[in-house]
Design a protein around this ligand. Structure first.
Ligand code: ZN
Length: 128
């Protein structure tokens, strides 16, 4: 078994036919046994970030409405849908595409945190 390595993965967005060339380097602080493991971890990490920023915290009024009427579909106070939203793969890909089109401000999309196990700081001085 080889030594664990840090990886820098470059994500490429867009379709071949649209000839869009854009890339986004992601570097790991964590170490992985191979590139596949690193890529899977990056994908999961991006999904975690997406869910952390898009999953709605249940509000007090919504919890109350649900207690009063378990069948209720919308909150009687704030009108928010009460059903647990399912993971929406399409919205997730839209969100990923926004990372691409919005590269300058995308740290607004993913809050920058030096403790994150994946960083997008550019390619300079990165391993691999
Ligand atoms: Zn509510």
């Amino acid at each position: 078994m080889g030594a664990l390595k840090q990886y820098t993965l470059v994500l490429n967005f867009g379709y071949v036919e649209s000839q869009r060339l854009s890339y986004m380097p992601w570097s790991s602080k964590a170490k992985f046994k191979d590139a596949k493991e690193a890529l899977l971890d990056l994908a999961n990490w991006l999904k975690e970030r997406y869910l952390a920023e898009n999953a709605a915290e249940p509000k007090k009024c919504c919890i109350k409405t649900k207690e009063k009427d378990p069948e209720a579909v919308y909150c009687s106070k704030c009108r928010r849908e009460l059903a647990e939203p399912e993971f929406d793969g399409e919205e997730f890909s839209d969100w990923l595409r926004q990372l691409d089109t919005d590269i300058d401000s995308f740290h607004g999309l993913i809050e920058w945190d030096p403790n994150h196990r994946w960083q997008s700081d550019g390619l300079e001085g990165m391993p691999n």
